[in-house]
Ligand binder design. Structure first.
Ligand SMILES: Nc1nc2c(ncn2[C@@H]2O[C@H](COP(=O)(O)OP(=O)(O)OP(=O)(O)O)[C@@H](O)[C@H]2O)c(=O)[nH]1
Length: 323
């Protein structure tokens, strides 16, 4: 079997010149003994200029940083070191080849000690991970956008049912923990079928958007949540709000919707668009989960419809009463 001959020196030099990553070799004194073409074209410093210089004199900003510690530790322990790109983003001032200034190349850096004869050296490899980092950022921002969209109702722009469910569950648990107060409003546009039949579905959609906007603008506290519960139904989660306060709030919302004076179908009870509202308040013994609270608010909403619509009914035990 024939032995493989070592690569001739000119071949190694050519390969170093073609390498698509930065290669730096330091001697035991941290002086640069090798600096390949990739480093030269991204740093603006030719090998001729940097050979023999202390790397950390050349780049003062690296002094005392993780890279210097990694080099020292690699030289002492003879163990390779990898710098986390998240903790050490872009340590070298390197820029895309041919474009001076602008954004630094994102870098992944590893440090490998080695011995050659009696001498100890350290190889620093610098990879350009800008594309990967850019793609990661894009994916993260797309995921963030999707997450935000998945919580917003497409027609009205207020919170959707999923958001409502999450918020109600969170606030119920908070109320349980703190023995706090929490109220829920369920509201429904009156005779909306007649509205659609009279004005058409498209105008029906526009009406829903106007009502949603007006209703959401009435909720002032940051923790309050205005949501589209489904179809022509809306809901509000009101933390730290007693039954009396919620009843007042609901009455203000009802009056606000009526005051929009949106023309209704001649078949509706009133000449303008109105809303019926059911109110239920957390009670740690009886109304202490989402299903019970929703059922109580819904029974009040049903009672409001039966009481002639355009009114507020508050849940008071088994017997709902007008606000
Ligand atoms: N335009 C439009 N209409 C919707 C939407 N979602 C639900 N609706 C309509 O809302 C109407 C609700 O009708 P009903 O549940 O019969 O109730 P109502 O006519 O509002 O009568 P009351 O609730 O008893 O006052 C139906 O005609 C649905 O088609 C929507 O996204 N856009």
């Amino acid at each position: 079997m024939s032995e493989l001959a070592p690569a001739p020196q000119h071949l190694s030099a050519r390969v170093l010149g073609l390498a698509q990553l930065g290669l730096i070799v330091l001697d035991i004194n941290q002086h640069i003994v090798m600096w390949n073409q990739w480093m030269a074209s991204r740093s603006g410093k030719s090998a001729h200029r940097v050979l023999g210089q202390d790397l950390f004199d050349l780049y003062g900003e690296l002094r005392g940083q993780r890279l210097e510690q990694a080099v020292l530790s690699a030289m002492q322990s003879n163990l390779p070191q990898t710098l986390s790109p998240a903790l050490n983003p872009s340590p070298f001032p390197l820029y895309p080849a041919g474009s001076w200034g602008g954004e630094r190349v994102e870098q992944a850096v590893s440090v490998t000690p080695f011995n050659e004869g009696k001498e100890r050296y350290c190889l620093i490899e610098v990879s350009d991970i800008s594309t990967i980092v850019g793609r990661e950022r894009q994916l993260r921002s797309q995921a963030e956008q999707l997450r935000a969209q998945s919580y917003v109702d497409g027609l009205t722009g207020i919170a959707n049912r999923r958001h409502f469910d999450v918020a109600l569950d969170r606030e119920l648990r908070r109320a349980m923990r703190n023995d706090g107060q929490l109220s829920l409003l369920l509201m429904d546009i009156d005779s909306f079928k007649a509205y659609n039949d009279h004005f058409g579905h498209q105008q029906g959609d526009a009406c829903l958007s106007m009502v949603a906007e007006a209703f959401a603008s009435m909720l002032q506290r940051p923790a309050d949540l205005a949501a589209r519960y489904g179809g022509e139904e809306f809901a509000a989660v009101l933390p730290d709000t007693s039954a009396e306060q919620a009843a007042l709030h609901a009455e203000t919302i009802r009056a606000k919707i009526a005051s929009l004076n949106l023309a209704h179908s001649p078949k509706a009870t009133k000449p303008h668009v109105t809303m019926s509202i059911g109110v239920a308040t957390f009670d740690k013994d009886t109304l202490n989960d989402a299903a019970a609270l929703l059922a109580a608010a819904d029974s009040c909403l049903y009672a409001a419809k039966h009481a002639g619509r355009d009114c507020v009914i508050v849940y008071r035990g088994e017997q709902a009463s007008a606000a």
